[in-house]
Design a protein around this ligand. Structure first.
Ligand SMILES: Cc1cc2nc3c(=O)[nH]c(=O)nc-3n(C[C@H](O)[C@H](O)[C@H](O)COP(=O)(O)OP(=O)(O)OC[C@H]3O[C@@H](n4cnc5c(N)ncnc54)[C@H](O)[C@@H]3O)c2cc1C
Length: 333
């Protein structure tokens, strides 16, 4: 069913939001033989053509759930970190075959719309339904993102700006099959190929002028970026659940995108949920330390990525030069 009145069975979980977390939760529940109702306020599946990186910790989960993204994704060979002024290579972490062999699952880049479509198969979503208040379903799973209504049933906090603006684009450009990250004073930019284009995310605290004087290929890319939007997060929740209400993904633990792990953590949450429907405290105990560690590492990334040239930047660059794939084990496993 795509539209219409929501009739929730009193025993079926109600999943609020058909984003990455909500759709993965529905797929995971079905894999456990459980049905659910999914409500989504948008009139149809969000068709964003922007890209997303899916690290092995996410692709492993999706593969186990039978979600095959191979036909709609690319497998970058490496992540290369480069210097802002001249594009000099600071460090390279192999992905491609190396990540597949080490983690048993690939590092993928793809379009967000294709990820959602891949998850959407076999999931019933009631589109055009905005969840506003508790219904009679036994369990409400808030997968409704940063501005979560369900979270409002657990706390009265509000999203806060992290102080950075992100600018995105998918451009037609010949691109090497790698994720490239340029680091510089007050800004960074990330570019990676997705089917049919090169996805760019530029992040600064001071507007796109921050890229003035950067290596020309970066400037040329950044010129094509669209309007910026403020990156926002929320403080850690006192508890992820109460009285049959639980939150997952950005509704539970929004994080700045510096580690490219927000959707991956939503996927991990969703996959862990079905086994803990009767014990949400155990679900939180399992997932919270992991998600909060990832969020904290990502938040620190903002400062580290944007260091002005000087001793701190040189120390950071030495760390980057020395880093290798095993340093990602805690994240990708
Ligand atoms: C610039 C940028 C780049 C990023 N890159 C990456 C990356 O490369 N890799 C990665 O893993 N993560 C990345 N992320 C993070 C990732 O996008 C999010 O963490 C992820 O989308 C969260 O998924 P979610 O399902 O929790 O929430 P959302 O994707 O926000 O989905 C929530 C859904 O709930 C619906 N909804 C909201 N309220 C209601 C309501 N009241 N009733 C019904 N429906 C409702 C919304 O319409 C939406 O469809 C990036 C984020 C940004 C900003």
């Amino acid at each position: 069913m795509r539209t219409g009145t929501v009739r929730c069975g009193t025993t079926d979980p109600l999943v609020v939001g058909a984003g990455v977390g909500g759709l993965t939760a529905a797929v995971a529940l079905a894999a456990h033989g459980l049905s659910c109702t999914v409500v989504e306020r948008a009139p149809a599946l969000a068709a964003s053509g922007y890209g997303i990186q899916l690290p092995p910790n996410a692709t492993r989960v999706l593969r186990e759930l039978g979600v095959d993204l191979a036909p709609v994704s690319l497998r970058p060979e490496a992540r290369e970190i480069r210097r802002w002024s001249d594009g000099a290579l600071l460090g390279r972490i192999p992905l491609g075959d190396a990540a597949l062999e080490r983690y048993g699952a690939p590092y993928l880049t793809l379009r967000r719309a294709d990820l959602l479509r891949g998850l959407f198969r076999n999931v019933r979503v009631h589109f055009g339904q905005t969840y506003a208040a508790r219904t009679d379903s036994m369990l409400v799973v808030g997968a409704d993102g940063l501005n979560s209504t369900v979270r409002g049933m657990l706390t009265d906090d509000a999203p806060v700006d992290v102080g950075y603006t992100a600018y995105r684009a998918v451009v037609k450009a010949a691109a090497p099959p790698v994720v490239t990250v340029w680091l510089g004073p007050g800004a960074h930019a990330v570019a990676y190929p997705v089917p049919g284009g090169l996805n760019l995310v530029a992040v600064t605290a001071t507007g796109l002028e921050a890229f003035h004087g950067w290596h020309a290929p970066v400037r040329d890319l950044v010129k094509q970026a669209g309007r910026g939007f403020a990156l926002r997060t929320r403080p850690p929740l006192p508890a992820w659940h109460r009285d049959g209400v639980v939150v997952i993904g950005d509704a539970a633990h929004p994080m700045p995108p510096f580690l490219a792990q927000g959707a991956a953590q939503a996927i991990e949450d969703a996959a862990a949920l079905p086994e803990h429907l009767d014990d949400l405290a155990a679900f939180e105990a399992l997932r919270r330390p992991r998600a909060e560690r990832v969020a904290a590492a990502g938040a620190a990334g903002g400062t580290d990525y944007h260091l002005p040239d000087g001793p701190g930047q040189r120390q950071r660059d030495e760390r980057i030069a020395a880093s290798a794939l095993p340093d990602q084990d805690w994240l990708f496993t």
